[in-house]
Every structure is written in C-alpha cells, then in structure tokens.
Design a protein around this ligand. Structure first.
Ligand SMILES: Cc1cc2nc3c(=O)[nH]c(=O)nc-3n(C[C@H](O)[C@H](O)[C@H](O)COP(=O)(O)OP(=O)(O)OC[C@H]3O[C@@H](n4cnc5c(N)ncnc54)[C@H](O)[C@@H]3O)c2cc1C
Length: 366
C-alpha cells in the first residue's frame, strides 16, 4: 500500500487541499485537533437548523475572491448580501450618538453564505470520498525518517507515516506546538513566531432577537463606536431577516476581556446595544460570545496582543522545509489575501501543486 498524503488541520485550507489532492487521485489522511471541521469557520446553528450564527468569519467578496466564488458555486451554496439598508449610528468616546441617514456599503459588497459559513466547511468535508478524517487528533511533532518519509506524531502516542505532509497550521502554532526533528533553523522559527494569526486576538459578540426591530426604525444595524465594548456592529440576520441578530467586534483587548469575565462583557455589550438601538436591544433571545484568543487550536499567547491593522504575510516565498516533503498552506502562507478565506484557498492550491510535483515514490507499511 502506498503511504497516504497527510494534511494537518481541517480548516478551510486543509479541507480544500484535501479536495484537490483527491481530485489528483491521492489517498489522504486529514488530521484535525478539534472535534469538528472548519477551524476558524464556526457557526452556531439556530434551533430549527436553517441558519448559523457566524462567530468566526462572516463575509467573502466574490468579485475579488475568485476561488471562494467558484467553490461556493461548485458546492451548490447560496450567497446573500450583508444587510446595509438604512441608517448607521456613530458613538463617540463619551457615548454621544450621531445618526447618519445611510450606512457605507463595501465595494465590492460583502456577501454571506446562506445557512452560515460553516455550511461551506461542512459541504467541503461531506464531499470528500477517499479521505480518512481523524477529528479530535492533535499532531505533536514531525520527524523526517528518510528523504522520502515523514512521521507525524500524535498527542495520543500514535505515529503516522506519509510521503508528503501538508500543514495548514497558522505559523505560530507550526513552530510553537509542533516539535520538528531535525529542528528547523532558528531564524526560520523566529520569522514564523513574528507572524500573527489573523483575527486570533479578537472576540465576537452576537445577540439574537425575535425580529430585526432596528430595520423598522430605519437603521441598517451598522454602528461604529469609540466607547465600546463593541467597536463595529452589523446586522447578522439570515437572508429573509427571519432569524434576526446583531453582532459586534469586541474592542477590549484580551487582558481586559479576562478581567471583565464573560458576564461582565455581555452586560456591557447589551448596555451598548441598548444605547445605540433602543430598549428592545437589551432583551435578546440569546447571546453568544467567542473569544478567539482562548482557542489553543488557533491562538498562541503572542496573539493576545493584536497587531495594528492587517499584517503583511510574506510567507509564500518560503522554501518548503525538508526537501519538499512538508508543504505549508493555511491562510497566513498565502501569496495574496493572506489572513482571509481566499488566502486559505490560494495557499492550499500552491501547497498541493508543490506536493504533487514530488513523485509518490515510496511504498511501505504502517
Ligand atoms: C472573528 C473572525 C472573523 C473573520 N472574518 C473574516 C471574514 O469576514 N472574511 C475572511 O475572508 N476571513 C475572515 N477571517 C479569517 C478566516 O477565518 C481565515 O482566513 C480562515 O478561516 C483560515 O483558514 P485556515 O484553514 O487557513 O486556518 P484555520 O481555520 O485556523 O485552520 C487550521 C486548522 O488546524 C487545526 N489545528 C491546529 N493545530 C493542530 C494540530 N496540532 N494538529 C491538528 N490540527 C491542528 C485547527 O483546529 C484548525 O481546524 C476571520 C477570522 C476570525 C477569527
């Protein structure tokens, strides 16, 4: 039996890399630390299962994300535009509100996936046919056995062998949570450690309501605030507006979030939504809070200090370690759109192309 190709991480990049490897006739073992696929893509399903509240990414921009647009289409998923009709609210540092007659739509428009973005990850995972997926399986280390074989050591003590490994772990996890034998050059490791994982320092808050009452008040649901704790708020409802919600990016840094605790943060966020959208906003049906800095399969302690603005991701030019036996994907390794969903796809394409350029020259046991 030929050894499989092992893909580490079943986020968007790992799932897409696996799909491409299958298309090229490869047998793949997909190893994922979490008990679910999707990685940073996560949606909390509504009670009736028709929608998912996105607690990770929400948007893609088909006009400038060609790979994501093609994939959504191929999987039969439906996009709908971010709701932007109506006014916007600005809140200054003292809590003073200014109502603007229009909101500012992005160009090209931000689009959401019907059912939540997790529908994309689930559809990708569900379409895999000749891949073994091991969920809840954390890789702990990589060992180069010989010039044609890599061993992946798992947390549970198991060891797997492959001719090719594609890692989709963000750069910091790659060097801080995987033991490499032989060790990678120190400057290589330092450069990966200096590369933030996009959005890993952030937290997202979402409140659901029986109806999108702000729309009837002439508001889009968009607000920007210098007071916080939410710095940027948007409508997160489904396409029909039947499942109604507002979400916001939490502007309080991780240390402050820890100090406040979940209850303290939820209380402050609801008080802010009430200031901005009126008393009905103070009585949601449910609230959800996702602090990405607490997620050890995404963030390392270095991510607690978020980078200012979008980091540069110059990783694509890196030679792949170990003579082409390990290939690096994941959004932070993209040449374009580093950090974004599109980048996760682009990096997967490149890693699969380089992996498949190396002949499958090894048969063996294990
Ligand atoms: C709050 C938030 C909002 C965002 N908004 C947007 C947006 O609107 N639009 C956009 O384009 N992008 C957005 N992003 C970025 C987007 O989510 C990422 O670009 C994309 O999901 C990255 O996919 P990935 O597969 O490269 O990485 P990940 O999704 O991080 O996948 C890596 C996988 O590796 C697994 N893993 C980690 N360690 C191990 C190990 N040792 N062994 C095995 N498996 C392991 C992880 O569990 C994970 O499943 C947002 C991100 C966040 C957090």
């Amino acid at each position: 039996m030929p050894l499989p190709t092992i893909v580490l991480g079943a986020g968007l990049s790992g799932l897409y890399a696996t799909r491409l490897l299958e298309q090229r006739g490869r047998d793949v073992l997909l190893v994922e630390a979490r008990e679910r696929v999707g990685g940073r893509i996560v949606s909390v399903a509504t009670g009736d299962g028709t929608h998912g509240w996105d607690m990770g990414p929400s948007w893609l921009w088909p006009a400038m994300n060609p790979r994501a647009a093609r994939l959504v289409d191929a999987l039969g998923l439906v996009l709908y535009p971010q709701h932007v009709d109506g006014g916007a609210v600005m809140e200054d540092a003292s809590g003073r509100l200014q109502r603007l007659p229009h909101t500012w739509a992005t160009e090209p428009p931000s689009m959401r996936v019907a059912g939540g973005l997790a529908a994309l990850a689930e559809a990708l995972g569900g379409a895999l046919q000749r891949t073994t997926i091991r969920l809840g399986t954390r890789a702990k280390g990589l060992r180069l056995i010989d010039e044609a074989t890599v061993e992946v050591r798992l947390e549970d003590g198991d060891a797997l062998r492959a001719t090719q490994v594609i890692s989709t772990l963000p750069p910091r996890l790659l060097v801080d949570t995987l033991a490499w034998a032989p060790a990678l050059p120190a400057d290589w490791q330092a450069a990966r450690r200096a590369t933030p994982t996009w959005m890993a320092g952030q937290a997202k808050f979402l409140a659901t309501y029986a109806e999108a009452f702000w729309r009837r008040d002439g508001l889009s649901g968009m607000a920007m605030s210098q007071r916080g704790p939410l710095v940027e708020i948007h409508d997160a409802s489904d396409a029909a507006g039947n499942h109604a919600a507002l979400f916001g990016f939490v502007g309080v840094p991780h240390a402050g979030r820890r100090q406040l605790g979940r209850d303290g943060l939820v209380r402050l966020a609801l008080a802010q939504l009430e200031r901005v959208f009126g008393p009905r906003a103070a009585a949601p049906q449910a609230v959800h809070l996702k602090d990405w800095t607490e997620e050890t399969c995404t963030a390392t302690p270095a991510d607690a200090a978020p980078s200012a603005g979008h980091p540069a991701y110059p990783q694509a030019a890196l030679p792949s370690p170990w003579n082409g036996r390990v290939h690096l994907a994941g959004s932070e390794f993209a040449g374009d759109f580093g950090g974004y969903l599109e980048g996760a796809l682009e990096a997967a394409e490149r890693a699969v192309a380089t992996a498949c350029a190396v002949p499958e020259d090894r048969d063996g046991g294990s």
